[in-house]
Design a protein around this ligand. Sequence first.
Ligand code: NAG
Ligand code: NAG
Ligand code: NAG
Ligand code: NAG
Length: 206
Amino acid sequence: MFALIMLPFIAASAVIAVPTALHTRQTIAPWCEGFGDGVLDTAHNFTLAAYNTTLPNANSTGAPLVFGQAGAVDGASFKVLSTSASYPFNDFPLLSLTNGALLPNGPVQASDANVTAGQELLWVLTTVNLPTPAQIYCAVLDTSPYGGGTGFPRLAVHNDIDSFSLCSLDDPNAQNNVVYKASAINDGSYDFSTCYPVQIQIIGLD
Ligand SMILES: *[C@@H]1O[C@H](CO)[C@@H](O)[C@H](O)[C@H]1NC(C)=O
Ligand SMILES: *[C@@H]1O[C@H](CO)[C@@H](O)[C@H](O)[C@H]1NC(C)=O
Ligand SMILES: *[C@@H]1O[C@H](CO)[C@@H](O)[C@H](O)[C@H]1NC(C)=O
Ligand SMILES: *[C@@H]1O[C@H](CO)[C@@H](O)[C@H](O)[C@H]1NC(C)=O
């Protein structure tokens, strides 16, 4: 009886094992499609930096980004990506990309939220009812035709590598945060007139 019950289960796992092996070689994850072969949807221990695409840059690395505050509710706090120049704290120095989810390293329960046009990239930190991380991010290597020519891999979200901006409220002390498809129509978290386009670079990958 026991053997009979187990048989279909074993057969099923054997069937699953084949596509899994093929997956790493041939299949590009959905959130990395559109950039050819030079992509990673899993990578560990890097930092991010914002490189101007229309304005001058002080160097090829770009402006360092950190997790900046974005408010809190009872039991959860929210984070955005901010320039370290505008948010001089770095609670989560390293990030990792795991199957398309971009998360801070460390003893923290964090989840990346889905992002829609006009919004800041957003994370939630909570120890209760942590949402499933959104699988939306991809690292595109500089050797790919979609590389930015600076030598660093670039971050894509929703298969889109060219729609990030840095935006803030129109106040010299405001946080300067990364927005996806910045728009004059937004939830009030930034003033569109302050926005300028950037590519998000991945620093520290081997
Ligand atoms: C990433 O860094 C952590 C320490 O922060 C280390 O334990 C881990 O081995 C590193 N992973 C890789 C793939 O380098
Ligand atoms: C990108 O341009 C902004 C606005 O002029 C500037 O503040 C920032 O330092 C520039 N970034 C780099 C990496 O030079
Ligand atoms: C590159 O320039 C930015 C903006 O001025 C600065 O914040 C950053 O520290 C510089 N990075 C390096 C590696 O020099
Ligand atoms: C995530 O956002 C994208 C872009 O706005 C949208 O197409 C997609 O349906 C969203 N996914 C979920 C699960 O809400």
